[in-house]
Design a protein around this ligand. Sequence first.
Ligand code: GDP
Length: 344
Amino acid sequence: AQGTSLIQFDSWQIQNINRSGKSSIRKVVFHNMKPIDTLYLDSTAKPTSELYKSLIDLDVMELPGQLDIFEPELYNCDELFASTGALVYVIDSQDEYLASIENLLHIINYVYALNKNINVEVLIHKMDGSSEDFKMDTQRDIRSRITTELANYGSEEILVNFHVTSIFDHTIYEAFSKIVQRLIIEYGALENICDMLMEATSLDKVYLFDINSKIYIATDSSANSLQTYEACAEFIDVNTDLIGLYEEDDNETEDVNGYEPTKGGEDTGENSALALRTTRCFSELQNGTALVYYKAIRGLGLVAIVRTNGDFQTCKPVIDHNLLMFKRALERIWERERIEPSYE
Ligand code: GDP
């Protein structure tokens, strides 16, 4: 990843032995396929490349396991790997994985010689349906084999990130969120504005989601838990379904769940169009907090957990104002930093 754009045009490779779950991951994360439907996926015979355009533009390429990835007839692998932001390697934890690890080490050494900036991300995948002990042992074994072998090759400077994943829970989204965040050079600025929003609004947690994929491209610096992520991601699903029922076109104002559109003061005049294009929803919870969803820019949505002490009505104007400020900050970062990706 080069340049200083908020949105980095990047690509990653999903590569491994056949049937490890690469297509399933791509379909579940980027096409909203139900995990159970991946049972019927055909094996991918050719490399596939797909472009996902939102605030972050990503070129996701899947390399089928049965192919020799260094096959020159398929593509120019030197050129490809030299410009790739992340190499995502999927290891099927339910299968015999020693050959897969050997294959990975071969790929890492090849790719790293071409591109020292590449992020190597290993998914220890299909970690579901097994006991906690099995999960721990498998994870430890795979990690230690890879790091020991890299040290034996004299390549210990290569940093490998490990993620324990399954398409049947939110771990796959968590992993891809981390993978994508590492590709965003301005992640620090995004985290900063999330922290500022937290401070100004009595929030417990903030996520900036890519709405379609449910990858969070930023969050505040407080501790993150999978349960919090799950609650916020599910809130997006519920609200996008609801908004779909109400929304006729993008320029209309919605009033979902009784949340009034912003009126008056700061939000009128030249910024009113911005405010009107915004969709906000909330849900009050019984524990004195509320979930707030706010449609931001370029396919992004912000979900926050607000401490209301049971009085959401009083908090609403502050939340409303601060969320609008957040969106403006986001727009400024986007305008200042973006570099238009160029595609052939
Ligand atoms: P590919 O050849 O690497 O693209 O593998 P596929 O995506 O075609 O997946 C092979 C099989 O693994 C399918 O039957 C999927 O349903 C299954 N699979 C994928 N991900 C998971 C997972 O996280 N857990 C389990 N248990 N099965 C999975």
